[in-house]
Design a protein around this ligand. Structure first.
Ligand SMILES: NC(=O)c1ccc[n+]([C@@H]2O[C@H](COP(=O)([O-])OP(=O)(O)OC[C@H]3O[C@@H](n4cnc5c(N)ncnc54)[C@H](O)[C@@H]3O)[C@@H](O)[C@H]2O)c1
Length: 443
């Protein structure tokens, strides 16, 4: 099929590349400065394997880039919309990018028979735009096809999804959508557009709630000397619960969970439907960074408060991405700066951050030297493999806050072998040197 995609961020670019390698002819559209790099095979985002697959898709002649949606969509069988839908101040979704995309099409009097919305949008959006387009004389159906990819494994998630949700209200649209995914080997869940829109929000709200549950239990484990990793592994055997997405840590972040949870809360308010479970999930998450800060101060209890230096390891909201949107590390760094703590950070891929006052180091050992604490905020596997004895020995006060339980037993043993070293884990007693269970890769 000939597909035009509006937006080449994480979702749009991964979709464009994957649809092209699976045999569709794709033209992806974005702003001039973004498209310039893409034409040279340079993705503007860091996602494992994307540069290689982008080169392959461009080389096959099935992926091109442009800046004009209407021109790109003239001969398209379908237009896929993957623009951003960030939060407004009241938590509801900011629909300006989506409105701008539809506006460009309507002004140019161009619209393919099928528009597939991939962006996460409020319930009723596709119906509303379908009605507007029909009223304007377009013979177009607006369908909803939510995206469930996880940054860090986005390509595999797109090519091998757990399910494909297709929200549409006509057999003709359903048939076109099925053709789009004919080369995919995944269960197809066909439903109405409002249900499909709700599925996306409900998925993210559930995942956020699950993480907050694990974090709440982690606090209780600390109070009672239990180990959250053992607790999660133990309850995870029950298929009704499952151990995925239950890693205790510094809280969820990223461009989706916080925003989508808030959008669903706003949706509840709009129809007078209270959603107390979601309010609680957000409340638990909002407490993670202040609670980590309290742990830091507790670790420094015996020391003079002034002149302290903290190093943060890991800036992105999760490993294998360079994305800093709603990254807990940034919130922690801000809090430390506000309290007059000198801060420095190291991340394997992030090379700049929007926080003046934070020194960014390119070497983890240099970053940690002469620090009074290291806080692990992202469980990059590279961090676990560092020489933790060397790190602790070079620190002024060898305190390591493991906000993600990222260090394996041998790393902790080496760390504690340094004189005066202290290890502060999450949700289990510092004294219990147990290997981290294999729960990685669930974020
Ligand atoms: N990032 C994820 O992991 C993920 C996963 C599932 C769903 N989503 C949802 O998908 C949507 C996109 O997310 P993202 O992370 O890719 O966003 P993003 O901000 O990375 O990308 C959006 C892109 O759209 C472009 N754009 C905006 N208006 C445009 C227009 N009129 N024409 C062409 N391009 C335009 C922007 O320049 C930008 O490059 C959001 O609704 C998000 O909630 C994201």
């Amino acid at each position: 099929m000939r597909i035009t995609i509006a937006g080449t961020g994480y979702v749009g670019l991964v979709a464009a590349v994957c649809l092209a390698v699976r045999g569709h002819d794709v033209v992806a559209v974005d702003r001039e400065e973004i498209v310039r790099g893409l034409k040279e095979g340079k993705p503007g985002i860091w996602e494992p394997g994307l540069d290689k697959l982008l080169a392959e898709a461009i080389g096959s002649g099935r992926l091109a880039f442009g800046t004009d949606i209407a021109r790109a969509a003239v001969h398209a069988d379908a237009l896929m919309i993957a623009v951003g839908t960030p939060s407004l101040a009241d938590g509801s979704a900011d629909m300006r990018q989506l409105r701008a995309a539809f506006g460009e099409l309507m002004r140019a009097r161009v619209c393919p028979k099928l528009v597939i919305v991939k962006s996460t949008v409020p319930i009723g959006t596709c119906e509303e735009w379908g009605t507007i387009l029909r009223r304007e004389g377009f013979d177009t159906e607006v369908a909803y096809n939510p995206e469930f990819m996880r940054q860090g494994s986005a390509i595999r998630d797109f090519l091998e999804p757990a399910r494909i949700v297709l929200g549409c209200d006509s057999p003709a649209a359903a048939e076109r959508l099925r053709r789009l995914y004919a080369a995919w080997n995944a269960p197809i869940h066909l439903c109405g557009r409002r249900s499909a829109e709700m599925i996306k929000y409900a998925s993210n709200a559930f995942l956020a709630t699950k993480l907050s549950f694990a974090n709440m239990m982690a606090d209780l484990c600390e109070g009672y000397g239990a180990d959250i990793r053992d607790v999660v592994a133990g309850i995870g055997f029950d298929k009704r619960i499952g151990g995925d997405y239950m890693q205790a840590g510094v809280g969820y972040g990223g461009s989706c969970l916080p925003k989508d949870l808030q959008a669903l809360q706003a949706a509840g308010r709009a129809v007078g439907c209270p959603l107390p479970l979601l309010d609680a999930a957000k409340q638990v998450n909002d407490r993670r960074i202040p609670a980590l800060f309290d742990k830091l101060l507790a670790a420094w209890e015996e020391l003079p408060r002034s002149g302290k230096r903290l190093t943060v390891f890991g800036l992105s909201f999760k490993p294998n991405t360079g994305d800093l949107r709603e990254a807990p590390a940034l919130a922690f760094l801000s809090m430390c700066l506000t309290h007059g703590i000198d801060v420095c950070a190291y991340d394997p891929v992030v090379r700049s951050i929007p926080l003046p006052g934070v020194q960014l180091a390119s070497d983890p050992y240099e970053a940690a030297a002469a620090s009074d604490a290291v806080a692990i905020m992202t469980e990059w596997p590279q961090l676990a493999a560092l020489d933790w004895h060397r790190i602790a020995s070079a620190m002024r006060t060898p305190v390591v806050l493991d906000g993600r339980n990222a260090l394996p037993k041998d790393a902790i043993v080496r760390l504690l072998a340094a004189s005066g070293a202290r290890y502060v884990p999450t949700g289990h007693p510092a004294s219990a040197l147990r290997p981290t269970p294999a729960l990685a890769g669930n974020m």
